[in-house]
Write a protein that binds this ligand. Structure first.
Ligand SMILES: [Ca+2]
Ligand SMILES: [Ca+2]
Length: 219
């Protein structure tokens, strides 16, 4: 019994002395989807959860380069100072970025624009998104992270047409209000159509715009 106790105590001391392998806050990376026609340039926005203290890093986007062409990346909103390297390759593009110090805020960190080469309409281009390694800006410890894959829908997008019947009517506005109230779910494609101001997110301002559009067209 005494022996077991001393082993437990030794183990406890060993763990107490070991530096933590992971930094504390996981980084949740979200990438928006988009809708466009063949030939259109569309933009997806990459955002991060709060208080990650993420330092310089990169995110990889894998897709069929015969369907999608990389156009450019732009630093956005919180914490990313500049895009250092966006390297298009045979399987997609890697976007590297510089942070002024660790990223603490939540919000968009950068955007990536693509041109739709594929002429298949309607269809869908999948983009698989991955993070090679995230490290803490101060301690260099690994930051655990999650990231979602995304997709581009190739379709005739009509801003505000949430039910995809080809026109914007009071039904679309009602659908938007029901969604805001949490009464119905909208799939990601409908949410992209609902993004009236093109900022990559759908909210009350967008739904109000749809409502105003319908109200105006009804005199
Ligand atoms: Ca409609
Ligand atoms: Ca919006």
């Amino acid at each position: 019994m005494k022996k077991i106790l001393s082993i437990l105590i030794s183990l406890f001391i060993l763990f107490a002395l070991c530096p933590a392998f992971f930094a504390e806050n996981p980084a949740v990376i979200s990438v928006t989807s988009a809708v466009g026609k063949p030939g259109d340039t569309i933009t997806v926005f990459v955002s991060i959860s709060e208080d990650t203290n993420l330092g310089n890093s990169r995110i990889d986007f894998l897709y069929d380069i015969n369907e999608l062409e990389y156009i450019g990346s732009k630093a956005e909103g919180v914490g990313v100072n500049s895009i250092v390297a966006a390297v298009p390759n045979a399987s997609g593009v890697s976007v590297g970025f510089i942070t002024s110090s660790g990223i603490r805020e939540e919000g968009n960190i950068f955007s990536v624009s693509f041109r739709i080469i594929s002429s298949k309409i309607p269809s869908r281009i999948d983009i698989s998104v991955s993070v090679p390694e995230f490290v803490d800006a101060d301690t260099d410890l690994k930051i655990p992270n999650t990231v979602n894959n995304t997709f581009i829908i190739i379709a005739e997008k009509i801003n505000g047409d949430l039910d995809f019947d080809g026109s914007v009517t009071i039904s679309d506005a009602m659908l938007g209000f029901l969604w805001l109230a949490g009464k119905v779910d909208l799939d990601e494609t409908a949410l992209v159509s609902a993004d009236m101001n093109g900022d990559g997110a759908t909210g009350i301002c967008d739904i109000m715009k749809i409502f105003m559009l319908v109200a105006d067209s009804n005199g």
